[in-house]
Design a protein around this ligand. Structure first.
Ligand code: T1G
Length: 653
């Protein structure tokens, strides 16, 4: 039977007495207008042909339906709307079954929920991730999902936005059956339904749930919401489904979706969504073949090196860890094995995968083993002579086409490269600790770095599942340079009258998980102190300099680990310390500063501006490729709230 073309992206064919409808709208089968129109045509066709006893809907390629087309948000609506399609499917006279061949997300999951049956293929995934875009499901998800799987489970899935795989979908009742090829089960299923009363999801009662279970699920979601509206609204809509009829619930859901879709929070989260897909796109690398990497050498298996080793091992690379002595090598291996074991305990890693990782790991004191490495990453002490000495030694060991990557945070990688035999193969890979958990990696494009080397490092970071941001060479690259400006502005305001605890509280109210002074205490004050001492000779004497942090360090108040920093931790909790207050007052007096009051709004506005101004400078200097990259660095490396979009997005509103 020839294929029927219902629209440019929706086709059908008759399989005996079943109309098989396929959505083909690359890259993710989003429910663009022509998909919705094609589905309407297909349903009209099925309704009119007596010979057709049922319909199966599936996706072409690896995705079922990736959701509504979020590029249509903010544009004039085009009929038919998704809710219209969904209501049509649910109330269709003939059975409609979803053959879920891949990700069924957002509106895609809502289409599946409206179907009278759902078959999960082995690559199927069901999810309602709308809260990650600052919205709630807008086409029945909050009303149909609880009817199918119960309130607590629906609160968990919609509130977290996570995707469930086939086995869990079956267990939840989200899928009726599983099959390697979902069509193998969908076609027979729809035939058994023909002529029978259909289970219409929206007509099902919401199963009675233990209030305690509902409360627990709700608390878990709201505890992570941190100032976001969408998760709380989603929970409200879902719990209301238990005592509203479907129509009332759908009306409330749609109004809430439209309101949130036009909110600042959703604009920010959609900005982040698209920013993540733009990151790592480097025009000068178009057409460049990345250097092939299979074996990764890591020199230094301390906290950072071990984390990088785990990230590489769990991605499938062979890893050669190198230490200075056999004893240190053994400790390094134990550290790596310990991290893998923790991943197994937390069910993030299967035991067999752990064993496979350990089989691909060598940790040795014999640096010559790095001759086998395609890429060597140094994670040794952040000292220029130590790092350049190591790279000079590696010049005589590794192949001439091997990449040498420095993980330095503050040193100048151009200086390191210039002292090696082949500067063109040196690149920066600035991981954030713990490297096996933090997504962000700054990929530093040094002056001499060859395009294939940069492309190889970038491809490696992507394969690790990281969020790689390419940047040029400047002190602190993108993140630490902006963080220094942010910290400087905060310390200016403290010297002028604000209290550290007020600054931190204002930042936490804005959405940061932790204020900057608490962050400094957690990271430790000594690293920044050492850098300030290193820079003292070249510091601009006319620039305002705040001594307070130096005074704290001189007094041994090096942060949380030392039990005291900007705050006192002797009680186990962070507490304001009168000694610090006195120290700040003394610093003001020494400069004849009369302290003044600050509002929280002024504090946040000035700190956001300090970050955005430094970001603008990074763009002007060509260090950052695009402003959205800067937002991603601050969100993923420094706790900037994603639902505020990042410093550059925030400054643009
Ligand atoms: N709309 C438009 N474009 C999208 C899109 C979408 N929903 N999803 C992805 N893209 C683009 C993306 O920008 C990129 O573009 C390309 O597709 C490949 O994406 C009514 C209202 C589906 C798991 O939140 O999670 O439904 O960079 O690199 O890694 O209640 O895309 O190539 O130009 O991510 O294979 C809810 C979002 C929408 C899912 C595939 N759905 N997408 O991952 O590809 S709201 C979502 C994803 C909604 C209803 C509400 C992932 C994916 P470019 P990619 P991938």
């Amino acid at each position: 039977m020839d294929a029927l073309a219902f629209s440019t992206s929706v086709s059908g064919k008759i399989e005996d007495d079943v109309l098989l409808v396929s959505i083909d709208n690359p890259p993710v089968n989003a429910l663009s207008a022509h998909v919705r129109q094609g589905l309407t045509e297909a349903l009209d066709h099925a309704a009119t042909l007596e010979a057709i006893t049922g319909v199966v809907i599936t996706g072409a390629g690896r995705i079922f339906i990736g959701g509504a087309d979020i590029t249509e948000f903010g544009k004039p609506p085009v009929e038919p709307s998704l809710p219209e399609i969904i209501e049509r499917i649910e109330n269709f006279a003939k059975p409609v079954v979803a053959a879920v061949n891949g990700a069924a997300l957002g509106g895609g999951c809502e289409i599946a929920l409206a179907c009278h049956g759902r078959i999960a293929g082995e690559k199927a995934g069901f999810g309602l991730p709308e809260v990650k875009l600052g919205i709630v499901p807008g086409a029945g998800g909050t009303q149909r999902l609880p009817r199918l799987i119960g309130l607590p489970q629906a609160i968990d899935l919609i509130g977290s936005g996570r995707t469930v795989k086939p086995a869990e979908a079956l267990e939840l009742g989200l899928a009726d059956d599983m099959a390697a090829d979902p069509l193998d089960a969908a076609l027979p299923l729809v035939r058994t339904m023909a002529g029978q009363p259909l289970r219409r999801t929206g007509m099902l009662p919401v199963p009675v749930a233990e209030q305690a279970a509902v409360d627990t699920a709700t608390r878990k979601i709201l505890s992570k919401a941190r100032g976001q509206a969408a998760p709380a609204e989603a929970v409200r809509l879902i719990t209301a489904a238990a005592h509203n009829n479907l129509e009332t619930g759908l009306t409330d859901e749609r109004a809430t979706f439209l309101r949130l879709r036009d909110s600042e929070e959703s604009a920010a989260l959609r900005h982040v969504f698209f920013a993540e897909r733009s990151a790592g796109k480097v025009e000068k690398l178009d057409g460049v073949t990345p250097r092939k990497i299979e074996t990764v050498g890591i020199v230094g298996t301390g906290l950072m090196g071990a984390g990088i080793a785990v990230a590489a091992l769990t991605t499938g690379y062979r890893v050669i860890g190198v230490e200075q002595t056999n004893e240190a090598a053994e400790q390094g291996r134990e550290r790596i094995a310990g991290i893998l074991e923790k991943s197994v305990q937390s069910k993030r890693l299967a035991p067999a995968m752990r064993d496979d990782c350990l089989a691909r790991l060598t940790v040795t004191a014999d640096t010559s083993e790095l001759a086998a490495a395609d890429l060597v990453i140094e994670a040794v002490f952040d000292d220029l002579d130590v790092k350049t000495g190591l790279f000079q030694k590696l010049d005589g060991i590794v192949r001439k086409d091997a990449i040498l990557a420095t993980n330095t945070s503050y040193l100048d990688p151009d200086l390191i490269a210039a002292r090696t035999a082949r500067p063109e193969r040196v690149v920066g890979l600035h991981f954030f600790s713990p490297a096996h958990i933090m997504r962000l990696v700054e990929v530093v494009d040094c002056k001499a770095t060859e395009p294939q080397v940069l492309a190889g490092a970038l491809a490696f970071a992507k394969r690790l599942g990281k969020l790689p941001i390419v940047c040029g060479v400047t002190e602190g690259f993108i993140g630490n340079r902006i963080f220094s400006a942010y910290r400087r502005e905060a310390e200016f305001m403290v010297e002028d009258g604000a209290a550290p605890e007020q600054v931190d509280a204002a930042l936490e109210a804005y959405g940061f998980p932790m204020g900057i002074f608490a962050v400094n205490d957690m990271a430790g004050l000594e690293i920044a102190w050492a850098r300030r001492k290193r820079q003292a000779a070249s510091r601009d004497p006319d620039a305002r300099y705040i001594e307070t942090a130096d005074r704290l360090c001189e007094a041994g108040r090096l942060g949380r680990k030392a039990g005291r920093g900007w705050y006192d931790y002797s009680s186990g909790e962070r507490a304001v310390d009168p000694q610090v207050t006195a120290l700040i007052e003394a610093a003001r007096a020494a400069k004849n500063i009369v302290p003044r009051a600050f509002t929280d709004e002024e504090i946040v506005t000035r700190l956001l501006k300090a970050m955005a101004d430094e970001g603008a400078a990074l763009l002007a200097e060509g260090i950052a490729i695009r402003s959205s990259d800067i937002d991603l660095v601050m969100i993923n490396g420094y706790g900037f709230p994603a639902h505020k979009g990042g410093p550059m997005f925030s400054a643009s509103r």
